[in-house]
Design a protein around this ligand. Structure first.
Ligand SMILES: O=c1[nH]cnc2c1ncn2[C@@H]1O[C@H](CO)[C@@H](O)[C@H]1O
Length: 534
C-alpha cells in the first residue's frame, strides 16, 4: 500500500484544523474570542487541576465506590467531589441566579430538623406500627397543634402505640425504641425520609417511576414542617443565607401553593397565601438590609416567586389557583414572577388538559396589561412522543418564558430552533436528572447539545435538600468535569444566562449583571492567586 503524498497529508491537516476551529466557534461553551488574558490564565489553572485530579483523586480506590470517574452518579460520587481542589475553588465562584428550585426542598434536611426540634408545638404520627424491617419505608407525619392539645401517647414505638395518634415530637424522640436506634435512630429515620439515598436511587428505586414515589414522599414529610409559620420564616432565611454563602446572588424559587392555608404559631391553620407571601417578602427585605449594612449588597440582589400548583387538580380548581396567583401578583407586583404546574409529568395531567383555563388566563393578563408569564416545567421525561414529552409543544405555544428541565427538547429540531430564536432559556438541573434516573451520569447528559445549539441555559439545583446538592457548586462542578471542552467560559456563560433570563426587570438586571461581572473578575484573580499559594 502506498502512503499519501506529503502535500495530501498537509492539506488534510489544514482542513482538519479549520473544521475544528469552525465547530468550536459555534459552541457556546467555548467562545474563545471573548476571553480576557486574566480568564485565559485562570482557565489554564482550572484545566490543569482537572487533569491532575482525574489522574489522582478520581483514579484512586475509594471505599465502597467501585468505579469512580469525574461526573459519575452524584449520590455516590459526592464524597469524592468534596475532597477535590476544584470543588473548593468553585465554591467561591459567583453563580448568578438560581432559577429552578422548589422552595420546600432548598434547606439542608438536618437544618430543617433542628428547626423542628426547637418547636414544642410540633407533633408526629405514623400510619402503621414501627418495626425494624419497615422503618425506612414508613413515613412520619408532622403537624403543629394548638397549646391546649392533649395527646394520649408519649411514644411512637411502644407496643401500645395506636397508628395515627399524634405524639409530641421531643417525647417521641426521647422514647424511641433502642432496638430502632434510640434518639439517633429516630433522627436518621426522619432525615432519611426527606432525602434520597444512593441505595434507593441506584438500587431499590432505580427507575423513573419508582424514584418519583420516593421523591414525592420526601415532600409530604418536609411540608409538615416547613408550612408551620415559625419554621417557615427561619427556613426562607436559611435558604437565602446559604445561597448567598454559595455565591448565588438572586433566587427565583417555585412555591407550591396547593394547600390553601399554612399553620400559624397558635396551631390554627389560618395563614392564607397573602400572609405567607408577606412573610417571605419580609425575610427577603431583612436579608437585603443586613447585607447592605455589611457593605455586601452586591452579593444579594433579591428574590422572586414562581407561583406553582400541582398538575393533578381539576381544570375548575386551576381557575381558583390562577385567580389566586393574579391576586398575589397585584398585591406583590415586585415578587410574583410567573405561574407553573409541577409534579411528575409522566403520570399526572398534561398541559393540554388545562388548555381552556390557561388560554383564558393568558388573554386576561394581556388585556389587563400585567406581566405574569407562564414558566412551565416541560419535557422532564425519557419519553419520546408521550404526553410528558409533548408538554414541550404546549409550553412553547402558550408562550412560556423559560422551560423547567426540558430534558427531552434535544429530540425536537423545530423546538430547539424556536428556543434559540425566541431565546427561551432552559432551566437545566444536571444532578436532579441523575438522581431521578433520567441519565446515568453527567457525561451522558444532553447539556452540551442544548448549549451548543444556541439555547440559553440557567443551571439549577431543583431539590437540593432531597439530593444533597446544596447551593450550585455541585452542579457547576459536574458540568466542568464532564467535558474536556468545558472551561471557565462555559461556567461564565451559564452564570450570565441565569441573570439574563431571570425575571429581574430592566435596571435590577443591569445592577445584577454589573455586580456579577465585578465578582467574576475577583474570582479569576482568586484562582490565579490560589495557584501561587499552592
Ligand atoms: O423536578 C421536578 N419536577 C416536577 N415537579 C417537581 C420537581 N421537583 C419537585 N417537584 C414538585 O414540587 C412540589 C413541591 O413543591 C412537589 O409536589 C414535587 O413533586
Amino acid at each position: 500500500m502506498s502512503s499519501p503524498t506529503s502535500s495530501a497529508l498537509e492539506q488534510y491537516k489544514a482542513q482538519r484544523a479549520s473544521l475544528i476551529e469552525q465547530d468550536y466557534l459555534l459552541r457556546r461553551d467555548r467562545l474563545p474570542s471573548e476571553v480576557s488574558d486574566l480568564e485565559s490564565e485562570a482557565d489554564a489553572v482550572i484545566r490543569r487541576i482537572r487533569t491532575e485530579e482525574a489522574e489522582s483523586i478520581w483514579s484512586a480506590s475509594h471505599e465502597s465506590i467501585p468505579h469512580p470517574f469525574p461526573g459519575m452518579e452524584f449520590l455516590t460520587g459526592k464524597s469524592i467531589i468534596v475532597k477535590t481542589r476544584l470543588f473548593k475553588i468553585l465554591s467561591k465562584m459567583p453563580k448568578g441566579g438560581l432559577l429552578h428550585a422548589h422552595l420546600d426542598a432548598t434547606v439542608n434536611a438536618s437544618y430543617l430538623w433542628s428547626l423542628a426540634l426547637a418547636q414544642p408545638a410540633i407533633y408526629v404520627s405514623t400510619s402503621s406500627v414501627l418495626v425494624k424491617e419497615t422503618l425506612s419505608s414508613t413515613l412520619p407525619s408532622f403537624k403543629a397543634m394548638p397549646k391546649d392539645f392533649q395527646s394520649a401517647e408519649r411514644s411512637l414505638s411502644g407496643d401500645s402505640y395506636t397508628p395515627g395518634t399524634w405524639v409530641p415530637l421531643n417525647a417521641a424522640r426521647n422514647s424511641f425504641d433502642p432496638a430502632l436506634g434510640g434518639s439517633t435512630g429516630f433522627d436518621d429515620w426522619i432525615i432519611g425520609s426527606m432525602m434520597i439515598s444512593p441505595a434507593e436511587a441506584y438500587g431499590t428505586h432505580n427507575t423513573v417511576a419508582k424514584i418519583w414515589n420516593k421523591f414525592t414522599n420526601t415532600f409530604l414529610v418536609a411540608q409538615g414542617l416547613t408550612r408551620f409559620m415559625p419554621i417557615f420564616a427561619d427556613y426562607v432565611r436559611e435558604f437565602l443565607y446559604s445561597s448567598i454563602e454559595d455565591g448565588i446572588s438572586y433566587v427565583e424559587p417555585r412555591i407550591n401553593f396547593l394547600t390553601k392555608f399554612m399553620t400559624g404559631e397558635d396551631g390554627q391553620q389560618d395563614i392564607d397565601h397573602k400572609k405567607m407571601v408577606r412573610i417571605f417578602d419580609g425575610v427577603v427585605k431583612e436579608v437585603k438590609d443586613k447585607m447592605k449594612a455589611e457593605g455586601r449588597e452586591d452579593e444579594f440582589i433579591g428574590a422572586k416567586i414562581i407561583y406553582s400548583t400541582i398538575r393533578f387538580i381539576t381544570p375548575e380548581e386551576l381557575d381558583w389557583y390562577l385567580d389566586d396567583c393574579l391576586a398575589l401578583k397585584k398585591a406583590f407586583p415586585h415578587l410574583i414572577a410567573g405561574f407553573d404546574l409541577v409534579g411528575n409529568e409522566n403520570s399526572l395531567y398534561p398541559l393540554t388538559y388545562y388548555l381552556e383555563q390557561l388560554l383564558r388566563f393568558k388573554e386576561r393578563v394581556q388585556k389587563e396589561g400585567i406581566d405574569l408569564p407562564f414558566i412551565f416545567h416541560a419535557g422532564e421525561t425519557l419519553g419520546d412522543g408521550t404526553e410528558a414529552d409533548q408538554n414541550l409543544y404546549d409550553a412553547i405555544l402558550l408562550g412560556t418564558k423559560r422551560i423547567g428541565h426540558g430534558f427531552s427538547l434535544v429530540k425536537h429540531p423545530k423546538l430547539m430552533e424556536l428556543c434559540r430564536d425566541r431565546q427561551i432559556a432552559l432551566e437545566v438541573c444536571p444532578i436532579s436528572c441523575v438522581c431521578s434516573r433520567l441519565t446515568s451520569s453527567m457525561p451522558a447528559h444532553p447539556l452540551p447539545i442544548i448549549l451548543n445549539n444556541g439555547v440559553p441555559v440557567a443551571l439549577s439545583s431543583d431539590d437540593p435538600s432531597v439530593f444533597g446538592n446544596m447551593g450550585l457548586t455541585y452542579d457547576f462542578f459536574q458540568v466542568l468535569v464532564a467535558s474536556e471542552v468545558a472551561g471557565l467560559s462555559t461556567l461564565r456563560t451559564l452564570a450570565q444566562d441565569s441573570i439574563q433570563f431571570s425575571s429581574l426587570e430592566g435596571s435590577e438586571k443591569e445592577v445584577a449583571l454589573r455586580a456579577w461581572r465585578a465578582r467574576w473578575e475577583k474570582f479569576l484573580a482568586y484562582i490565579i492567586e490560589s495557584e501561587r499559594d499552592n
